[in-house]
Design a protein around this ligand. Sequence first.
Ligand code: CAA
Length: 699
Amino acid sequence: MSVVELCREDEIAVVLVDNPPVNALKHEVRVGLTDAFSQARDDSAVAAIVLACAGRTFIAGADITEFDKLPKAPHLSEVIALMESIGKPIVAAIHGTALGGGFEIALGCHFRVAAPGARVGLPEIKLGLLPGAGGTQRLPRLIGVEKALPMILSGDPIPAKEALQYGAVDAILEGELAPAAVDFARRIVKEKWPLRRVRDMDEKLEAMRRNPGKFDELAATLSKRTRGLHAPAAAIEAVRWSLDVPFDDAEKRVRSAFQELRQGDQSKAQRYVFFAEREAAKIADVPPGVRPREIARAAVIGAGTMGGGIAMCFANAGIPVTLVETGQEALHRGLDIIARNYRNTVKRGGLAGDEMERRLARIQGVTDFAPVGEADIVIEAVFEEMDLKRRIFGDLDRIAKPDAVLASNTSYLDIDEIGASTQRPQAVVGMHFFSPANVMRLLEVVRGEKTAPETLATAMAVGRRIGKVPVVVGVCHGFVGNRMLRARGIEAERMLLEGALPQDVDGAIVEFGFPMGPFAMGDLAGLDVSWRMRKAQGLTAEIADRLCEAGRFGQKTSKGFYRYEAGSRTPRPDPEVEALIAEASARHGIARREIDKQEILERLIFPMINEGARILEEGIAARPSDIDVIWVYGYGWPVWRGGPMYYADRLGLATIREKLAEIAARSKDERLEPAALVTRLAAEGRGFGSLAEAARAGR
Ligand code: CAA
């Protein structure tokens, strides 16, 4: 069976793309489209053409795996140019998602119709690219720059209804799409609608052409969160060409900008993350026959910050959720915060008022445990105290449905011990959300020793359903993310004692691409939280402990590693802290020295990589790319640097091994000695990535 079929229904030709799973535009598809459209053009019995797709979606874009190879003709823009030149109307019939090159093909058609649930968008920016086949030129012509630029820079698709309002699609058709699209094409022929080539449209650009300052304003607003990234600036330039460069010249320029980005390190890293995210969904030892359970109702125990955020995730995904607190007052406080969060989103224009009401209505607050018995999944999100958790799981064991999933949101406690407080440890799993839980995409799914495959599969599936990126991790203190974070934190503290200041350390890592550094992050999270945890484990952190003893808990007390002015979250260096640090250095007899940025970066990042290697040795993470996904989605690792393990491979493990040995010697910390895995791979001239390749080959 060919990936592109051409058939006829009277005078209407139907070009059908069938390249599962997402009809990506691999070379054979481009060839198939060229042949099919050429035939339809040359067939005098054909009056109009419908482009439709088989399976779950319209064309979801270029085949991303081809971006690592040499481009092969026909290029997508040539296919689109051919389609546009055919003097017969072409109707794109869009169901599922028309993304990237898929949407660009649709923009090359003369008309677009969509199924009610369809979405269209240009997500190239998320891969470190710009739309390379006319999207930057046609979309502004079709819907105006004001609408097109945000779509191109966010990469987020819009639903069919919005696309219709914008004029990106011409009609939403109910019922089976392909026959409805054929009828639509018949109407075009019968009523002799004029052919509309998007490239010839101009009206929607006129206002912006007269007022180019408006373009700059819009571009400046939209590029606020793009620090460090190359693609957004290139995309803005390309959209600007739609205003002042003839179409064909602009296309040529776009093509070369696209090639430059495609070959650049940023896009390579972002493509790696795209596939790493999908790989993380695969659990090697869960048999293919294992099906996730149906989740119709959830319950969350604890209406604090985490519990409230988790409840919102379920409500947002349309799943009714019971939120349990011990007292009315705490419950009301929790529900009020949820309502306030939603109101703020509505105020910012991110949510319609009626949708907010629907979501709020899905959250039922209660102060007794009984309603938990109706839930298919229960997530405990109370204080990090083992005794308390054991008690709660004991209660859940008695009350919960026999086949309910019992999850804990613990960020470091032992899931096996929690599971042992029930008669059904096979139903117990960790679901570690990240704060704010309703925003952060990462979900560490902690697999206990006795967690059943079905429980694990359900936690992963429900995670995806509520919009998270779930990654399976094993049981150890802090799991993957926090365990590596701790390795970074220890070395960060040491550098303070040796001569750096919080702003030096934070500055270096922010320049690297993180949104904030370890000390500003500590202030934001509350220094008392980690202080309490350290005390429970008999650990210390000299500077952080002293700050806490002085009542400096971070932003909540306006003082921590930094000082904060009333109503501001901007960290400001504080001479009091500097004095406290200098005093600590003197007490230890350390002569303070200047630590340069390079050293700061190596001492923050290499210990994390080393801990990551140990995590792999211990099987706590299944693959290096899982660790990368965790750091990109949970800790602000710059996506264009691919994640710590990917970054390590780019630098070369021999370098990492050498530097680690130096850091270990200087810090007199054997934990920093290169992990056996680092040493072995470095000696073999391999990287972490080769482990994944070997695993895939054996699959
Ligand atoms: N190329 C190659 N493989 C792709 C792909 C693509 N564009 N899109 C998805 N896949 C693969 C995935 O890797 C996955 O493979 P495995 O099953 O082996 O892991 C499989 O298709 C299914 O994908 P998902 O698990 O993501 O399925 P989903 O139903 O959850 O989501 C989707 C479907 C919304 C289309 C999502 O896959 C997606 O967002 N894809 C990427 C879309 C995209 O970025 N398109 C633009 C490409 S760049 C471009 O088009 C530039 C240009 O100028 C031509």
